[in-house]
Design a protein around this ligand. Structure first.
Ligand code: PSV
Ligand code: MN
Length: 397
């Protein structure tokens, strides 16, 4: 593939960062606070703007409605704030898992009140989407049960189908609904949207603007994620991704930190669908869903984005005519070598050239570190927290 073609593919490869990735988060055992962590939506958007400035490929920010839109927040004001920071509001994530009413689920709950509240919240989210100019409604529900016999599995499925159809039909024409699946957690016996097949079926029944969202951390050990991606692409049902990596479960580790070859294989299937299968892959929503408990948040985000770019570029380098030829000769070794050769190529020089051409620093992480942003944000945010009477976090040196 020619250099110009590769650069055009990189130009089109945009990755959304999550507002919650800039805030202090933890595990159920505790939280380790960072002075520079964002606590307000203003600070989150400011940090997202910084990541976009250094990487050049993160122009939108996913928002989690309960966490980012406190009662009385004007969504248009949030959209303006995003613009002032050089970014825009991306996917709108309703929160259907934190309120007490969702104890037995949201859309699938046997409790009429919970289902009504869930629908009202999603309708409010659709309005926030309209007001902020977002095209994406991204749904993840913690729905499920913890014990055999706790509830009727099929009745729950039907309640979910009804809700998704209602929500789908309430969306404006320009909006796409993303349906995310997860095999377990927080429900430990059965999850109402446990895998890609269930998300596919629900999406099909909801309507033409519902698609499946693949969170790379939401699979059981050994699942072949790239096959799921290839199938969804072939069925024109792949909506997008939540990028992260995992070793054991939903670990929220940095993309590619555990298995970069698996991420490369996902990108390979996407390029294969585009170049061999004639599929339109331009509308895939690439989003990060990581909460960095221990790493400095902006550094981790930049590391993730540049890793995604590297692995995507490697997948673009697969020699597809050579691969087709090897496959037609049924030569397994030659075919596999096409993938290995591309994966083992050092793409850093190409990425450096692309960034410099766009007037950016060749090494985003180093440039960000040299800017002193973190120390300054840390000092300012600590002072602001003190002023608001919140706990000051202290230095983490
Ligand atoms: C659930 O584990 C999830 O992947 C969903 O996408 C949520 O919106 C997000 O994490 C919250 O961090
Ligand atoms: Mn997710």
């Amino acid at each position: 593939m020619e250099r110009d073609e590769l650069f055009a593919l990189l130009d089109a490869f945009e990755i959304e960062t999550p507002s919650w990735g800039y805030a202090d988060t933890g595990t159920r055992f505790g939280k380790f606070l960072q002075p520079a962590a964002a606590s307000t939506v203003e600070e989150k958007l400011q940090d997202a703007g910084v990541v976009h400035r250094y990487t050049g490929c993160c122009p939108s920010v996913a928002v989690h409605v309960l966490w980012d839109f406190k009662p009385g927040t004007d969504p248009q004001e949030v959209a303006r704030l995003a613009e002032q920071n050089g970014v825009r509001i991306g996917s709108i994530n309703p929160n259907l898992f934190q309120e007490q009413v969702y104890k037995f689920g949201s859309a699938s709950s046997p409790n009429d009140g919970a289902r009504e509240e869930a629908t009202q919240h999603v309708l409010d989210c659709i309005e926030i989407g309209r007001a902020t100019g977002s095209d994406w409604l991204s749904l993840w529900m913690a729905d499920g049960t913890n014990y055999p016999g706790q509830d009727d599995i099929v009745a729950r499925k039907r309640r979910m189908e009804d809700a998704l159809k209602t929500w789908h039909d309430a969306m404006p024409e320009n909006m796409t609904m993303l349906v995310e699946y997860k095999p377990f957690e927080p429900a430990f016996y059965h999850t109402d949207i446990a895998d890609w097949g269930m998300a596919y079926l629900y999406s099909k029944k909801a309507g033409p603007r519902a698609k499946v969202l693949v969170d790379t951390g939401h699979h059981l050990q050994g699942t072949n994620i790239e096959q799921i991606v290839a199938w969804l692409l072939d069925e024109e049902m792949l909506g997008g991704f939540h990028f992260n990596d995992r070793k054991y479960a939903d670990d929220d580790l940095t993309l590619g930190s555990i298995d970069p070859y698996a991420v490369f294989r996902i990108f390979h299937e996407i390029r294969n669908a585009a170049e061999e299968g004639g599929r339109d892959v331009s509308q895939i929503a690439y989003m990060i869903d990581q909460s960095h408990n221990l790493k400095p948040k902006i550094e981790a985000m930049i590391q993730t984005v540049t890793t995604a770019q590297e692995l995507y570029l490697k997948a673009c380098l697969v020699d597809r005519s050579k691969l087709r030829d090897a496959q037609s000769r049924m030569n397994i070794v030659d075919a596999e070598e096409c993938l290995r050769e591309a994966f083992n190529t050092n793409v850093k020089p190409l990425l450096h050239e692309w960034r410099e051409k766009k007037g950016m620093d060749a090494e985003p992480l180093q440039a960000y570190r040299a800017s002193g942003y973190e120390a300054q944000a840390g000092a300012e945010r600590e002072a602001a927290r003190k002023e608001r009477g919140e706990v000051a976090t202290g230095s983490y040196a």
